[in-house]
Design a binder for this molecule. Structure first.
Ligand SMILES: Cc1ncc(C[n+]2csc(CCOP(=O)(O)OP(=O)(O)O)c2C)c(N)n1
Ligand SMILES: [Mg+2]
Length: 411
């Protein structure tokens, strides 16, 4: 992991270059990148995560502290960012400076701890108080939070991402003896990673790991094993009465596609009896699945139609199998598995997984597929002259035929 002290500080004023740890005094809003989550608590009043889009498009001047100007920050480019934005970068790696739209004349090569300390000295009297900027951000945050709260509190069938994550979080926090601070989250996927980032808030650094620097899928289970070893095993090698016992539960939030990239690592977890809890957010696809309740996904899609002709509809390249049984796979790899389709089942599975201390647990959660929605990939629009992102239409499956409805009735 490179972004070990990442924090993006967003300011509308050039005088506003200052470390966000001084945010209380300077009143400069800040936006943590995923790996910077927890350096300052997610509930800090100057944290603009809930108004991310408004903060990015509205910022005139940005201090990029130890973070890469990569896809996570839309490369600093319009239309997400304002065309005239000036981005000053502090980084310990010289090759990172001046990449993308960062202004090389404003770049500082150095360790961010010492650079921020110097900035604090120079800007000791600085206070950034712009009521219009803070109003813009707080209005946007309030709107976004209201939408998110409504989604989180509305029971749905099938389950949705927001509702699922809200229930997982509240159940885990009620079970964790040390509360939220003793939970460490690893996440990979698209919706899975993006939505979980806002719901599983953290208050300390190193409580969350997202996909690799280039959005690389397939690292999540390896990260979870590493986190388990780092937090719960290295200290056992040299026990000292003075060092507090550290025991954090490692939770991996995996999209069904993301999980598939390194699924056999569940066997590694079993072999070493690592009590990692994996939640698979199973929508049957990359971003979107193609069906919520088709009884015979395979036959409807692939077999003969009424006239006896083979259907010539091709699956979207982003489609995965219908309600694949990752819970069964987990059992085959030596772990425990639960299949979940409703709230009651989900809460029961979280409790069961929490109690299993002898190896990995996999909770396979069937969520709404998002069938019929449009997919938009930012990176598809990065070719010459194209700035709007690529779009792919996800076709809907034909209506369920006479095979009956295989919709679930419980765990
Ligand atoms: C190694 C690698 N291959 C492919 C991709 C492209 N990619 C981006 S997100 C994603 C998976 C998203 O689907 P899923 O994990 O099921 O999450 P969802 O959005 O459905 O919740 C993939 C394959 C990638 N980021 N990394
Ligand atoms: Mg998926």
């Amino acid at each position: 992991m490179r972004e070990d002290l990442p924090l993006s500080t967003i300011s509308r004023s050039i005088e506003g270059f200052i470390g966000a740890d001084e945010g209380d005094r300077t009143k400069i809003p800040f936006l943590p990148t995923p790996q910077g989550k927890g350096v300052l608590p997610d509930d800090h009043p100057l944290n603009t995560s809930s108004a991310r889009s408004a903060a990015i498009i509205g910022a005139d001047v940005v201090l990029l502290v130890g973070a890469r100007l990569n896809w996570i920050l839309h490369f600093g480019e319009p239309p997400k960012w304002s065309p005239g934005v000036r981005i000053a970068q502090i980084d310990i790696s010289p090759e990172e400076l001046g990449r993308g739209t960062a202004d090389p004349t404003l770049s500082i090569h150095g360790d961010i701890t010492s650079v921020i300390t110097q900035l604090k000295t120079y800007l000791s009297d600085y206070c950034h108080a712009s009521s219009s900027w803070s109003n813009t951000l707080s209005t946007s945050a309030a709107q976004n939070l209201a939408i998110a709260r409504a989604k989180a509190s509305t029971p749905t069938s099938p389950l949705t991402y927001h509702r699922t994550f809200t229930l997982i979080r509240s159940t885990l926090e009620s079970l964790s003896p040390g509360g939220a601070e003793n939970l460490v989250y690893v996440s990979e996927g698209a919706n899975t990673m993006d939505i979980s980032r806002s719901i599983f808030t953290v208050s300390q650094p190193r409580q969350r790991l997202d996909a690799g620097t280039y959005a690389t899928m397939g690292v999540g289970l390896g990260y979870a094993i590493a986190a388990e070893m780092a937090y719960n095993h290295t200290h056992e090698a040299s026990p000292s009465p003075s060092s507090p016992s550290i025991r954090k539960r490692i939770i991996s939030l995996e999209g069904d596609s993301a999980l598939g990239f390194s699924l056999p690592e569940i066997e590694t977890m079993s072999r070493y009896r690592l009590p990692i809890i994996i939640f698979v957010i199973n929508n049957g696809g990359v971003y979107h699945g193609i069906s919520d309740n088709t009884p015979a996904w395979g036959t409807d899609w692939w077999d003969m139609d009424k006239e006896g002709k083979r259907r010539d509809i091709l699956l979207a390249s982003t489609a995965l199998g219908f309600e694949t049984e990752y819970d069964v796979v987990a059992r085959g790899l030596g772990g425990r598995g639960w299949r979940v389709v409703d709230e009651e089942g989900l809460i029961g599975a979280v409790q069961g997984a929490w109690e299993h201390r002898d190896g990995p647990s996999v909770v396979n959660i069937i969520v709404a597929s998002g069938a019929g929605g449009k997919l938009e990939f930012g990176w598809l629009g990065k070719g010459k002259g194209k700035r709007s992102g690529g779009k792919i239409s996800i076709p809907k499956l034909p209506k369920p035929s006479s095979h009956g409805n295989m919709y679930h009735d419980g765990v």
